[in-house]
Design a binder for this molecule. Structure first.
Ligand SMILES: Nc1ncnc2c1ncn2[C@@H]1O[C@H](COP(=O)(O)OP(=O)(O)O)[C@@H](O)[C@H]1O
Ligand SMILES: [Mg+2]
Length: 223
């Protein structure tokens, strides 16, 4: 049986102490699943992803990440866990404009003080080829289009082969061809047991999901 890598039970999240953005939300994801979450603007999709990615705390409930119980009071201790487990594709790209595409993609190795060996460089080239960025690799990010930046942000999130990828509208600025390239690449990663949680408005992407949820009223409902 596939391993349950993410398990949330009765998660509540409020920012102001009265309105619950997430309200008794329960959710599980198996290793190697591509989970798609859709929902209207303001319904709490980014909030849920930030909690899943250990970037924000929840108020109550249970979050179990690959067997580890996540304690909202221990977030300062989770930076290693985050860098080892999670690749985050943000809605805003969070790239460094003044350095090149390839230096941006290699940032996760610099942050975690890990060596960049020939295997890493080979994997980066493979991703750059697949994402149609290979000829641009030495170009500064400030000179790129929105769609190019988005592909660089995705490349950076997946370079370390994290077991979990969390993606907030990853194809929002891409044309159909590039969206399909990205979705095929992500789908292929699930064959090697990568788990992907992806938020999108784009109905064309639903076919790539193993399971689709709708976020509404602070809860996820499978559709
Ligand atoms: N850091 C924050 N502080 C206060 N309120 C927030 C914060 N982030 C999000 N919210 C509120 O929580 C709700 C859900 O926001 P968000 O998770 O960004 O939704 P979505 O990603 O689905 O558009 C919104 O009402 C938003 O205003
Ligand atoms: Mg959002």
């Amino acid at each position: 049986m596939a391993n349950m890598i993410i398990k949330m039970e009765h998660i509540n999240k409020t920012y102001d102490g009265s309105y619950y953005v997430l309200n008794d939300l329960s959710f599980c994801a198996q290793e190697g699943q591509l989970v798609i979450i859709k929902g209207k603007s303001g319904y709490g999709k980014s909030t849920l992803l930030n909690i899943l990615g250990l970037l924000d705390v929840f108020n109550s409930g249970l979050y179990n990440l690959n067997g580890l119980v996540i304690n909202p009071r221990n977030y300062n201790k989770y930076s290693n866990l985050r860098s080892k487990y999670i690749g985050f594709i943000f809605q805003a790209y969070h790239l460094i404009d003044s350095i090149s595409i390839q230096d941006n993609i290699l940032l996760p190795y610099l942050y975690s003080n890990e060596q960049i060996d020939s295997e890493v460089i080979d994997r980066m080239h493979y991703i750059l080829e697949d994402f149609n960025l290979i000829d641009l690799r030495r170009k500064k990010v400030s000179l790129l289009s929105g769609g190019e930046k988005q592909r660089v942000a995705i490349a950076r999130a997946i370079i370390k082969n994290p077991p979990i990828i969390i993606a907030d509208e990853p194809t929002g600025n891409l044309d159909d061809d590039n969206s399909i390239t990205i979705m095929k690449h992500l789908k292929k990663m699930t064959e090697n047991k990568t788990t992907i949680i992806l938020v999108t408005h784009d109905m064309k992407l639903l076919e790539y999901g193993d399971v689709t949820y709708s976020l509404q009223g602070g809860k996820l409902t499978q559709i």
